[in-house]
Design a protein. Structure first.
Length: 378
């Protein structure tokens, strides 16, 4: 029996490890969404079905079997709420009827499962200390299983003996799995925080250059594979060093944050925004032609100019923008070079303007300053 219990527990812990590995790459805030609660309820119910199908004998003569089916329900009720718990218990109850037909015993155990699931849902939804809720859940579980055992066992001695074994292995396994999940979630939070810090600019909360290089390469490969298009903007805050020298680095940092805020307000939610240098920024415009990218760049330039930065005197913040588009066969380095060359031309033209790099072999740029446009040879 000990070996059978160990095998059943290994199945349980394997399922939990796979779930935690899946959560490692997910945003933990998604756990609060309704659809994710349904999904996790299905996963918990699936693990419980596997455990139910791998039941172990505790009394070979009377053919009494036990399993860890209630452990996934216990754990998911702590983290998934009543939706996940209800979905998991309904899956277990239905499966119990399917594999054992509809009899007095299968009905009693299916109803016990539902009642236990509902009790867990209510208990763990109450804002009380977790240890108190866990203790209360174990007590209610014991009471429900005690009454359900009347439909299975004829004698009180056998009923008590089997119930004690069930409660011991279920609560022991639940505690071990619960502590493991707590540990794993802590590790996931640390991993995700470090991963976020490795790809996020701490000052502006935009993505950093590392992520920019990765996502630009991925976007170009996708465009070449699916015949889509993207555009790339390079932006530079004009005379930013003078702002730092005149107003101090604290004001300069505030300008960077507000500049990033204007980008976020102007661009679409699925466009990529990056801080790639001190006062240099980049934008990957998804599914955007070169002409539309010029319009977006001009809108950004105007919004930057109109924004209030709380600088004294006549000082103002402006930006120069270089625009490049995707053509078949272009590499990420070539596209960045095109955008950088266009930005260089915008700087040389007097700043506070937009230059669009021609993606033809003969390199030209289109300048945009307010509503006046002219073509310039590089």
């Amino acid at each position: 029996m000990i070996l059978a219990i160990f095998q059943n527990f290994c199945i349980l812990i394997t399922g939990v490890v796979f779930v935690m590995h899946y959560l490692r790459e997910k945003n933990l805030h998604e756990i609060r969404s309704t659809w994710f609660r349904y999904f996790m309820g299905v996963i918990a119910g699936g693990i419980a079905m596997v455990l139910l199908g791998s039941s172990f004998l505790v009394d070979p003569i009377r053919q009494i079997v036990l399993d860890f089916r209630y452990v996934p329900v216990f754990v998911i009720s702590i983290y998934g709420g009543w939706i996940s718990t209800l979905v998991a218990t309904l899956i277990i109850a239905t499966y119990r009827w399917v594999i054992n037909d509809i009899s007095a015993v299968s009905t009693a155990m299916a109803l016990a499962t539902v009642w236990i699931g509902l009790s867990y849902s209510v208990i763990f939804s109450v804002r009380k200390p977790l240890l108190l809720r866990v203790s209360l859940a174990m007590l209610v579980h014991t009471i429900i299983m005690y009454f359900a055992s009347y439909a299975i066992f004829d004698t009180s001695a056998l009923r008590l003996q089997t119930l004690m074994i069930h409660l011991f292995i279920t609560f022991a396994a639940s505690y071990i799995v619960w502590k493991y999940v707590e540990f794993a979630l802590g590790e996931i939070r640390v991993y995700q925080r470090f991963r976020s810090e490795a790809t996020t600019d701490y000052l502006t909360s935009l993505s950093n250059r590392r992520k920019f290089s990765h996502e630009l390469n991925a976007a170009i490969q996708r465009c070449q594979r699916k015949d889509e298009t993207i555009s790339l903007l390079y932006l530079d805050i004009d005379r930013f060093k003078a702002i730092n020298d005149e107003f101090g680095h604290a004001i300069g940092d505030d300008v960077l944050r507000k500049f990033a805020g204007v980008l976020m307000m102007t661009c679409r939610i699925y466009d990529g925004l990056y801080r790639i240098g001190g006062e240099e920024f980049a934008v990957i415009l998804q599914d955007c032609t070169l002409e539309n990218a010029r319009i977006v760049a001009e809108r950004i330039r105007q919004n930057i100019l109109d924004f209030e930065y709380s600088l004294t005197g006549e000082a103002n913040v402006t930006t120069s923008v270089g625009v490049a588009g995707f053509v078949m066969g272009i590499s990420a380095e070539e596209m960045m070079g095109k955008a950088d060359d266009a930005l260089y031309q915008a700087k040389n033209a007097g700043r506070n303007c937009v230059y669009v790099a021609s993606m033809e072999k003969k390199s030209t740029t289109v300048q945009s300053r307010n509503d006046d446009f002219a073509i310039h040879a590089l």
